[in-house]
Design a protein around this ligand. Structure first.
Ligand code: SAH
Length: 518
């Protein structure tokens, strides 16, 4: 198979290309190339032209074609040599439509503009893919830069925007990829029938191959010891228990605050392994780029116009899929065990005897602190940090009876308030009644780690008004305490400073070095 990119134009729906392309590319897709691998088959591809450019293109096609056909009256010595070696044939004269018909591809490299245009036109008329080097308007496909580890082929395309970038990427891949990668794929291919006979399709086969490709068998082959690799694959296959009933597993995964870079390596691995992903809307779409293309993604969070699933419905869905033998990822914003109801899901699974694993995530408070560059604890001004929720499980009204704010107010302590914007006024009053100064600094961070993150510096007495006035409507976390008065990094809407000229940062951070002792 030979990698080319076809104009998506006229090829039908592009959805199977994966969420990645659709998400990254939001402009006009009509001229964007779709990568496919074309069989160059028994009918040799046609190259029109006999110069050095034609020779270069022929060498490229000969990576996958047994033979090519040149249409040229005169040829350079390199082409004559290919003909002598039996890798190419040559015909003379101007090729007509019958010479083009049935070709897997045609490349017109005559270096004569009018002739190239004629060939392009003829080929398009009969639906034969055609390429004219450096003339995108005459091409119905483009040739990708190739890294060849047959049968593994990497095709790199940049839509002609950055050919030098493609060359650099190719050089980088050449250097990074073991020359034995092709052997690894070939050996896996040799085992396919045996694996298919012994293991059930779907999860069992995938888990087996995952183990092979991430384990010592692969390592041996990539290091050049094929015999050892084959032995180890045999051993893995012998170990497989084909009588065990199909049992799925569930991985509760913390997706972090939204920025996919803040996923853990384990979270990425879990996403890649998942057959089914049940996802909160807090989890952010970027993180789903790591899911397999075939994975079923079930949104279970609240969204406009969609009924959000109850916890009982979510638990039931997890169980149904796990019992069907699937690998289920329950993807939750931040950390699953911080105001994430992860505990309830784990209880349900335990009660049903389903294996469960928990992958922690970066919680909103630490993400907000990192982006403000304000530490949550500090040797001098914050001895503890308490995560509280502004939302109560019952009617949604704030209920802070369970926290001893008086005790926390006496020392230097920090509160990180989740789901606290709507009830910020009630919380502020409770804190002030418990002896906290009305001037206690508050930092509100909305959509921490997202591109449209907003930070607001305010104080207890005015936090509710500020939140309303700034229409903080996305998920936001409040950091309350002296620590919130440290000068934060980057732009902050310093609302409180406008209203209250007395509002001053408690300390200012001179350099990162100040954190060294924190
Ligand atoms: N398990 C999550 C919290 C879920 S509760 C975690 O560990 O982060 C939902 C609340 O989390 C939101 O109301 C908001 O207060 C906070 N939150 C979640 N993602 C956030 C983000 N990116 N920025 C700010 N706050 C966020």
């Amino acid at each position: 198979m030979f990698p080319v990119t076809k104009e998506a134009h006229g090829i039908g729906p592009v959805s199977p290309v994966g969420r990645g392309l659709c998400n990254l590319f939001r402009g006009d897709l009509s001229m964007a190339g779709f990568p496919i691998f074309v069989e160059l088959g028994r009918t040799p591809p046609l190259i029109v032209g006999g110069g050095e450019l034609a020779l270069v293109k022929a060498r490229l096609l000969l990576k996958r074609a047994n033979r090519v056909l040149f249409a040229a009256d005169r040829v350079v010595p390199g082409i004559a040599k290919l003909v002598a070696e039996g890798r190419a044939e040559r015909i003379s004269g101007v090729p007509d439509v019958e010479t083009l018909r049935g070709r897997p591809v045609v490349i017109s490299a005559t270096e004569d503009d009018a002739e190239d245009a004629r060939i392009s036109h003829l080929a398009r008329e009969i639906g034969v893919p055609v390429n004219v080097p450096d003339r995108p308007e005459l091409c119905s496909f483009s040739l990708a830069a190739i890294v060849d580890r047959y049968p593994v082929t990497f095709a790199i395309g940049t839509e002609g925007d950055a050919p030098v970038l493609a060359t650099r990427l190719r050089a980088w891949l050449e250097q990074e990829l073991s020359p034995q990668l092709g052997s690894l794929a070939r050996i896996a291919g040799d085992f396919r029938d045996r694996v298919a006979q012994k293991l059930r399709p779907g999860v069992q086969r995938r888990v087996f191959w995952d183990r092979v490709f991430s384990g010592p068998a692969s390592a041996a082959i990539l290091a050049g010891d094929e015999a050892e690799g084959v032995r180890r694959i045999e051993a893995e296959l012998d170990k497989e228990d084909t009588t065990a009933p199909r049992v799925g597993r569930v991985i509760l995964v913390g997706a972090g605050p939204g920025d996919p870079e803040l996923l853990t390596l384990k979270a990425v691995r879990a996403l890649k392994a998942a057959d089914v992903i049940l996802v909160d809307n807090l989890a952010g779409t970027g993180v789903l780029e790591h899911a397999r293309r075939e994975a079923e993604i079930i949104p279970v969070g609240k969204a406009k116009g969609r009924h959000s699933k109850t916890q009982a419905e979510i638990n039931a869905l997890i169980l149904t899929h796990a019992k069907a033998g699937k690998t289920v990822v329950r993807l939750k914003g931040g950390d699953p065990f911080i105001f994430g109801r992860g505990g309830e899901e784990v209880d349900t699974l335990r009660a049903s005897g389903i294996a469960c694993e928990v992958v922690p995530g970066i919680t909103a408070a630490t993400a907000a602190a990192a982006s403000l560059q304000i530490p949550l604890t500090h040797r001098d001004i914050s001895h503890s940090v308490t995560f509280i929720s502004g939302h109560s499980a019952g009617d949604g009204a704030a209920n802070f009876d369970h926290v001893d704010f008086r005790a926390l107010g006496e020392g230097s302590n920090t509160l990180a308030v989740y789901m606290g914007v709507a009830t910020a006024g009630a919380l502020a009053q409770t804190l002030i009644d418990a002896g906290w100064s009305p001037a206690t600094p508050v930092m509100a961070v909305e959509r921490a780690s997202h591109a449209n993150e907003r930070r607001v510096a305010t104080s207890l007495d005015v936090v509710a008004d500020d939140a309303k006035r700034l229409a903080l409507s996305g998920p936001a976390i409040l950091i309350v305490g002296e620590i919130a008065g440290l000068t934060p990094a980057g732009a902050v809407e310093r609302i409180a400073a406008e209203i209250d000229p007395q509002f001053q940062p408690v300390l200012s951070i001179r350099s990162q070095g100040d954190f060294a002792h924190a």
